[in-house]
Design a protein around this ligand. Structure first.
Ligand SMILES: O=C(O)[C@@H](O)[C@@H](O)[C@H](O)[C@H](O)CO
Ligand SMILES: [Mg+2]
Length: 402
């Protein structure tokens, strides 16, 4: 089955998405997500200028060989731009293979391991009371585990607090917005938020929290310890994770479960975190981690060390990633949880899909492939719009982690 065409489709129904469509001489086509938030056009160029010319004419069924061709063959291995472009090719090829087999993708991966995929939603507010209200609202919507973020007194804006309660979109401006940060204010405030959430909602509700890479290891250890009475499902991205052994220090001090990995692009970014059992959940998802072919390896390594998956699922992961990830989640033996932030109606219309949400769970569909398509005519009505993620400064002006 020969690849006869491959093209990149860029659209912006409120936020940018980059999508790859690969066509074969058998009339089958596959769709892959290539969205890298705030750096979209770098991936477009990687695909158009460098990868697609080498893809045309290849046998679409040789997924592994094509993956190796672009991983080893490029010489410059890894990195988010490279691995996102490779992920798009990989996802589209798995879509084609599953369509050719007449099977939903999870069947091709090894079949169903579970009936439905547990997801968590995002509740956020400017202060503790608003976050409590938002958690109550998410419970009404049927979510079971809920991530809770709140504004920090004395800081005008911070990560995870949006204007809209259903659709959180951090890439909010034509040039990066600037936020302010104080670790000491945050560290004093956050345990109060979770104390109040437990007081209001009791012990059964699963609560998650994202630190967004803002602490040092010893500060993360302090936070993990302070949050132990509130029994979090996980504490996410407590520190920037380039220094994998830095997690030893956090781990040594706290039993709060740790999740990390949404910015990782390969197994080498998490090899030590996993094999030393320094984390509990690995968050790298298909689009930024080289696709299904590579995520299978990460998940298999993680399984050996009791680490579960907890795929990233913010709005910048397009419905294509969400659809493919749900097939992966339905199969993968060491599944933990899936993040789920709703896409807007405009996005859902451009990407028709057969997955659906029901009472706290997502269900992948049964149609052949990963079940997500793109309406190219509709996509063309929403041209690319430059948008950046924010940057973050300390109160004295020092540039910090966003
Ligand atoms: O856990 C998450 O969902 C976040 O950390 C994301 O919102 C992240 O900030 C964006 O995906 C960045 O593109
Ligand atoms: Mg996160």
């Amino acid at each position: 089955m020969k690849i006869i065409a491959a093209r990149v489709i860029i659209c912006s129904p409120g936020r940018n998405f980059v999508t790859l469509k690969i066509e074969t001489d058998q009339g089958l086509y596959g769709i892959g997500d290539a969205t890298l938030n705030g750096r979209e056009l770098a991936v477009v160029s990687m695909l158009n200028d460098h990868m697609l010319p080498c893809l045309l004419g290849r046998d679409a069924s040789q997924i592994e060989d094509i993956w190796q061709y672009f991983y080893r063959g490029v010489y410059w291995r890894r990195g988010p731009v490279n691995m996102t472009a490779l992920a798009a090719v990989d996802m589209a090829l798995w879509d084609i293979k599953a369509k050719a087999a007449g099977m939903p993708l999870y069947q091709l991966l090894g079949g169903r391991s579970r009936d439905k995929v547990l997801v968590y939603g995002h509740a956020n507010g400017n202060d503790i009371d608003q976050t409590v209200e938002a958690v109550a609202k998410y419970r009404e919507l049927g979510y079971q585990p809920i991530r809770a973020q709140s504004g920090v007194p004395g800081l005008a804006s911070t990560y995870g607090v949006s204007k809209d309660t259903l659709f959180y979109e951090p890439a909010d401006a034509d040039l990066p917005t600037e936020n302010l940060w104080s670790s000491s204010k945050y560290l004093n405030h956050t345990p109060k938020l979770f104390a109040e959430l437990r007081r209001q909602f009791g012990d059964e509700l699963h609560l998650l929290h994202d630190v967004h890479h803002r602490l040092t290891p010893i500060e993360a250890a302090r936070l993990g310890k302070a949050l132990e009475p509130y029994k979090l499902f996980w504490l996410e991205d407590a520190v920037p994770a380039e220094l994998q052994q830095g997690f030893r220090l956090i781990r040594q001090h706290t039993t709060t479960p740790l999740a990390v990995g949404e910015v990782f692009s390969s197994i080498h970014d998490c090899q030590q975190l996993i094999s030393e059992q320094l984390i509990d959940y690995i968050r790298t998802t298909l689009v930024h981690g080289g696709g299904i072919t590579h995520l299978r390896r990460i998940a298999a390594l993680a399984e050996l060390y009791h680490v579960k998956t907890g795929f990233h699922g913010a709005t910048d992961l397009s419905p294509v990633t969400m659809g493919a990830a749900l097939h992966f989640d339905t199969w993968v033996p060491n599944f933990g949880i899936q993040e789920y932030m709703r896409h807007t109606d405009a996005t859902d219309a451009i990407f028709p899909h057969d997955y659906h949400f029901n009472q706290g769970f997502l269900h992948c569909g049964e149609s052949p492939g990963h079940g997500v398509d793109i309406d190219e005519k509709l996509a063309a009505k929403y041209p690319y719009q430059r948008a950046y993620l924010p940057v973050n400064r300390l109160e004295d002006g020092t540039l910090f982690n966003w």
